[in-house]
Design a protein around this ligand. Sequence first.
Ligand SMILES: CCCCCCCCCCCCCCCC(=O)SCCNC(=O)CCNC(=O)[C@H](O)C(C)(C)COP(=O)(O)OP(=O)(O)OC[C@H]1O[C@@H](n2cnc3c(N)ncnc32)[C@H](O)[C@@H]1OP(=O)(O)O
Length: 130
Amino acid sequence: MRFHTRKWIKPEDLNPNGTLFGGKLLAWIDEEAALYSIIQLENQNTVTKYMSEIDFKSSATQGDIIEIGIEVVKFGNASLALKCEVRNKMTRQTIIKIDKIVMVSLDKEGNTKPHGKIKVEFVKDRLGDS
Ligand SMILES: CCCCCCCCCCCCCCCC(=O)SCCNC(=O)CCNC(=O)[C@H](O)C(C)(C)COP(=O)(O)OP(=O)(O)OC[C@H]1O[C@@H](n2cnc3c(N)ncnc32)[C@H](O)[C@@H]1OP(=O)(O)O
């Protein structure tokens, strides 16, 4: 799994108990999954369809640095299934794991649109040699 994004936990990210607010973390994960999928599928009209069980294994507190990892589970027809792990950058302790996030590629009318992708592509490969 590649951990693309790091976040520094600030006061505005905390719940009243002084630990990382779960909703904030889910918003970051959703954005990460959306951006990853938009780039992979080369379609800005890509939406979150499904998230499997969410298991908060540990928390984070102010000043912690966390990192968000995404890995492809499966390229479907219009869908892209991902898995996600968020961990503490320093301790490597897992904060959350989501086994399946399904993103779906849509057309301008909001109907599913086959994306035609079968494997992870890297931007450098798309640019070619020129
Ligand atoms: C270069 C950089 C540019 C940057 C540029 C930035 C642009 C900045 C834009 C940011 C964008 C952010 C986006 C954020 C993410 C949201 O916030 S998205 C908002 C929340 N999500 C929604 O509103 C989606 C609402 N749902 C829907 O509209 C409809 O359910 C959908 C998505 C059109 C799908 O309709 P449907 O009838 O279920 O379609 P269906 O054909 O049955 O299924 C489609 C696929 O989903 C799969 N699926 C359906 N249900 C399930 C399920 N329960 N479990 C698993 N898979 C399922 C199916 O198996 C199928 O897979 P494929 O066989 O095609 O591979």
